[in-house]
Design a binder for this molecule. Structure first.
Ligand code: ADP
Length: 314
């Protein structure tokens, strides 16, 4: 199925005229099949690549029934996109901030998987960071969990697996499934004994570093950096491509070094979710998870940031 090909699904004339494409669609293109079936369209007018992603191939599908946004990955299991859909649905459920509505996840014929979701037209002029701060805080406040910290399924952070087993205690969760997990990957991948050993000492100090805090599970986007924030045509914030779980709300700022949040963002955020004493001192601890992940994904240029954060807490 190539860009620019016009496919009409339901007219007799087109069934004959494009019979070869119908066969392709029936046999090998579950994306077109869904769009022309449950998706409610009777023709796909255009398929256009969307750039800017880090992991997957993205396309917009213009149809006579609106536009769909589709990501495909030739290697990933459907579980990756199922987890993305579960995250999007969890955030949608809070009715606090705009996220694309997921419509369908499935596997590609030979290997790989896809997700189809609502296409959102973004504004080039951006929007107001205070709206983003306020709505994100409302999501953190409204999105609570009775099962503790974790999520309904494991997901990925970048392409790294992110385990989310339900855990009662935040310190246990952050120690075991966030920092501890990434440290193990560092050790396996780079045999970096020095960083691993220092990291283990930091893990022992976690109960002390997070003591005297009231931490309840908040629904987090989980990978909130500027590439995953946009504004719709009305100027309202949209958050995309999540790695959701229920965690300490402050952990949401672990990617703030790539997010460009300014004062209006934080001011609006803390009006809804008041800042707890020691927020600034804990921030590097939450950035460490993402620096470790960058070390694992992109190599040693991130090592010194990991080491200097760990050192400041030892
Ligand atoms: P990846 O999973 O590869 O990181 P992204 O989810 O970041 O991909 O999406 C790739 C590109 O598509 C980005 O430029 C993003 O802004 C855009 N995008 C993501 N979701 C939508 C959507 N629902 N509607 C329109 N554009 C989208």
């Amino acid at each position: 199925f190539v860009q620019g090909v016009f496919v009409q699904g339901r007219s007799r004339w087109h069934q004959r005229r494009f019979s070869h494409l119908k066969i392709t669609m029936a046999d090998g293109d579950p994306i077109c099949e869904w769009i022309l079936g449950e998706g409610g369209a009777s023709k796909i007018k255009r398929v256009t690549p969307v750039g800017g992603g880090c992991i997957n191939v993205a396309n917009r599908y213009d149809t006579d029934f609106g536009v769909y946004f589709v990501k495909t990955n030739r290697d990933a299991e459907t579980s990756m996109f199922e987890a993305e859909a579960a995250g999007l649905n969890a955030m949608l459920g809070t009715k606090t901030i705009r996220v694309p509505k997921p419509r369908k996840v499935g596997s590609l014929p030979r290997k790989g998987s896809y997700i189809i979701m609502e296409f959102i037209e973004f504004s080039f002029s951006g929007g107001n960071q205070a709206d983003l701060g306020r709505q994100l805080a409302r999501m953190h406040k409204t999105g609570t969990s009775e099962s503790g910290f974790g999520f309904v399924m494991d997901n990925t952070i970048g392409s790294t697996p992110q385990p989310n087993p339900w855990t009662n205690d935040w310190v246990d969760f952050y120690r075991e499934y966030r920092l501890g997990y990434q440290l193990k990957l560092v050790q396996q991948q780079y045999r970096d004994n020095d960083l691993y050993e220092k990291g283990q000492r930091l893990l022992e100090r976690l109960p002390f570093l997070l003591k005297d805090l009231k931490i309840t599970p908040s629904l987090l986007h989980g990978d909130l950096w500027s590439g995953n924030v946009a504004y719709d045509k009305e100027g309202m914030p949209v958050i995309l491509d999540p790695a959701c779980y229920y965690g300490h709300n402050e952990a949401e700022f672990g990617m703030s070094w790539c997010a460009g949040f300014g004062d209006p963002f934080y001011k609006a955020y803390f009006e809804v979710m008041p800042k707890q004493p020691g927020f600034e001192q804990r921030m590097p601890l939450y950035k460490l998870y993402h620096y470790l992940n960058h070390y694992n994904l992109f190599g040693s240029s991130y090592r010194s940031s990991c080491i200097s954060i760990i050192n400041r807490y030892l």
